[in-house]
Design a protein around this ligand. Structure first.
Ligand SMILES: CC(C)(COP(=O)(O)OP(=O)(O)OC[C@H]1O[C@@H](n2cnc3c(N)ncnc32)[C@H](O)[C@@H]1OP(=O)(O)O)[C@@H](O)C(=O)NCCC(=O)NCCS
Length: 217
């Protein structure tokens, strides 16, 4: 039986639906194995909630149908019955795990808490002056750094590189515009022709950002 976790569908500014779970906590002390099982259960609930029909949804609960693998950069991939499934992404924050799934080529989600960027956090290493000024003007001092970081991480996860060989400042937020339920950010990545569109929304203590790439990078 699948846990009745909250699954919501966010429409990325590029138009594709992204299915996202609420943030869930693995059993304390369960270690990496418990985290892996939670990842699979979250994906089961996402696939069940978005399946074509009841039989399709029910079949996702069959043990062993789903597996998550990682490439050498750490990017997760979902296998359904041994075949490549939809794109998936995960993020952890404060002991909670959240998962997302979409029929796109690249997917990245990230949660960043404002508190991580307080005090003597080396902002100049992570953020360029122009994007920092933009975020400060857009959302204010206490929230600007977490917004930029969540957006950057969602972008490098969607690209699949993570920050391996990619400097945080090579991923630069160039525009921030309000959209009714969040912010749409245009992001330039060194070496890429066009900007990438990310979407972010405010959560109780930080920002949740989401990037979907529909083309093969
Ligand atoms: C990938 C990365 C962006 C993850 O961000 P994070 O804030 O540490 O962690 P999050 O909880 O948000 O995300 C973790 C998940 O991201 C996913 N992930 C890891 N590498 C990934 C990649 N290359 N592409 C897409 N997703 C990736 C995995 O699902 C991972 O979960 P897992 O640990 O269960 O496998 C980041 O850790 C990274 O790139 N690290 C490698 C390079 C580095 O540390 N550089 C330091 C200089 S800035």
């Amino acid at each position: 039986m699948i846990a009745p976790w909250v699954v919501e569908t966010v429409v990325h500014p590029a138009g594709c639906p992204i299915h996202v779970t609420g943030a869930e906590s693995a059993r304390p002390g369960g270690g990496r194995g418990a985290d892996d099982r939670l990842e699979l259960r979250l994906l089961e609930s996402l696939l069940s909630a978005t399946g074509h029909d009841a039989a399709d949804r029910e079949s996702m609960t069959r043990p062993g149908r789903l597996a998550v693998t990682h490439d050498r950069m750490g990017r997760p991939a979902l296998l359904v019955d041994g075949r490549a499934g939809p794109a998936v992404s995960f993020t952890r924050s404060g002991g909670l795990l959240r998962a997302a799934l979409a029929h796109v080529h690249g997917l990245g989600i990230d949660l960043a808490d404002d508190a991580e960027f307080a005090g003597d956090y080396p902002r100049h290493r992570a953020f360029g002056p122009a994007e920092l000024a933009l975020a400060l003007a857009g959302v204010g001092g206490g929230m600007a750094a977490a917004l930029l970081w969540a957006v950057k991480e969602s972008v490098v996860k969607a690209l699949g590189s993570g920050f391996h060989g990619v400097e945080p400042r090579a991923v630069a937020v160039g525009s921030i515009a309000p959209r009714h339920d969040g912010l749409v950010c245009g992001v330039r990545v060194d070496g890429r022709a066009g900007p990438i569109v990310a979407w972010a929304r405010r959560e109780p203590s930080g920002w949740f950002a989401l990037t979907a790439l529909d083309e093969v990078s």
